[in-house]
Design a protein around this ligand. Structure first.
Ligand code: ZN
Length: 232
């Protein structure tokens, strides 16, 4: 038996479905049109022009001083970019060495989730998102010596600018007056414990090698910092 096709059986938008499931109003009714209009006015602009592009959250774990990005390939695939190209950018931006390992990426430095996410966002802004329609459905093409980002969604194209358009506020790895949980990696010649965070070397008196301690950072001078153990 052929299904009877009623006008309201046409494919519906989420909005239309919301209204239809929450009332007895039919699409042909005047009230329905008014409701739809009112509902449309309530949603923000971005939501009505399609779902917002989401970079997958980074899944990190640490082995000694290296950071392992477990879902690296998922991210590269979502961005639809060459994994080596993305990795090259991240290593340059983070100032470290690293490599691909199956579907994972390995960075030879301890990296915070926030830092890595902001670098991937930076890459996405430069090499993935269309500046016209903000969709990620783009591809990179060489035009002579210029790299061009072609948008498959709206047809716009633009040269890829390697300048940093939006510089994220720098997150300092270490700040005076704050408390950090630090691993004492070594003992200095003067007998102080030595810990390392990012570019900083922190001297902490009264600790032993191999322990993890809560350390209050008293002073930072260049790349050297001085802290004391906080006892609980
Ligand atoms: Zn576009």
């Amino acid at each position: 038996m052929r299904a009877v096709c009623r006008p309201w059986h046409r494919p519906q938008t989420i909005l239309q479905r919301m209204i239809l499931t929450n009332s007895d109003i039919m699409p042909g009714d005047e009230d329905y049109q008014a409701l739809l209009k009112r509902a449309r006015e309530k949603i923000p602009q971005a939501a009505s022009s399609g779902e917002r592009f989401q970079i997958p959250d980074v899944e990190l774990f640490y082995e000694g001083k290296t950071t392992i990005l477990r879902n690296y390939m998922d991210i590269a695939e979502k961005l639809r970019r060459d994994p080596q190209h993305l990795l090259g950018y991240l290593l340059r931006e983070c100032g470290t060495a690293g490599s691909l390992d199956g579907r994972r990426a390995i960075f030879k430095k301890k990296m915070a989730e926030k830092e890595l996410m902001s670098k991937i966002q930076g890459y996405t802004d430069i090499y993935v998102l269309c500046t016209e329609c903000h969709r990620p459905d783009t591809k990179l093409q060489k035009d002579g010596r210029t790299l061009v980002l072609m948008c498959e969604a709206c047809g716009a194209h633009r040269p890829v600018m390697i300048i940093k358009a939006t510089k994220a506020p720098e997150v300092k790895a270490l700040e005076e007056g704050k408390i950090y949980e630090l691993m004492i990696e070594d003992i200095s010649r003067r007998g102080d414990g030595v810990a390392k965070v990012d570019k900083y070397i922190i001297y902490i008196p009264g600790t032993t090698k191999g322990v993890t301690a809560k350390v209050h950072i008293d002073k930072i001078s260049g790349n050297t910092a001085f802290g004391r153990v906080v006892r609980e």
